[in-house]
Design a protein around this ligand. Sequence first.
Ligand SMILES: [Zn+2]
Length: 298
Amino acid sequence: MADSESLLDPRISTASELGDLPIVEEVELGLIRVLAPNASAMTLDGTNSYLIYGVDGSAIVLDPGPDSPAHLTRISEVASERGLDIRAVCLTHHHLDHSEAAFSFASSLGIEVFAHPECFDKLSFNRLKLSGRASISGIELEIIPTPGHCGDHLSFLLPSGVLLTGDHILGRGTSVVVFPDGNLTQYLDSLNRVAGIDFSRLAPGHGPVMDKGLGEEVIRYYLAHRKQRLDQLVAAIRQNPGVSQAELVDLVYGNLPTEGIKWAALASTMASLRYLEESLVVVQKANGRVELLDAPHP
Ligand SMILES: [Zn+2]
């Protein structure tokens, strides 16, 4: 969901066209991206699964993606062609386009799933520590908590400097803060946390890998985009006191092409309203109407 308004998306001249992303890409020695066949308005080109491997051939799969036998077979083939031994599955977050295949894939290989401690309620999995370095089946990763898109979102920094960003930062468009699990205050904090990391490239859960310069520009664009949305919401509420949430989506986003995009816009608007409410800028009445509080804009 790229913004066509005043902010310019820094990827506009560099990113490949939607649909042009290679299915298998050697990002660097030790990292292979494998694209799942689940392209949609919400998942862009489809979900990126990553094979992360070490010099001894041990490998982990980050985000095996949707339960697509063809995709899982491809991941296994890409690994075996290179003599890699997949020893664990790791997840950036619980959303099904990343995690649906996690347990079936892991059990088919007799290996285990590693994820944020709150990723699943009832399933048995390895709960990752929420800071510092982890060694998963011999693969070294630094765990960077990046809540905001959803509560259990993690990013992972490889020793090479590649930062695997899941849905926190995407290769195209902007990420949805999926209210109420997602939280805009946390999302902005997580963007600032990632901005402070000396990464070499950003490897997202959807869309192309970005080099350092572009990645830094995209983070600034994401922060500016959120501020612009908040400003637009405040202006719309100022002009339409007592406006409803649904009316605000129409006022700020205009005509949206699909139900999926409308849902994402509503989720982001609700997350923004919660943020503005917590910042004492707006009040949401019991009848769903929104008004400005007499307070300075944050
Ligand atoms: Zn996703």
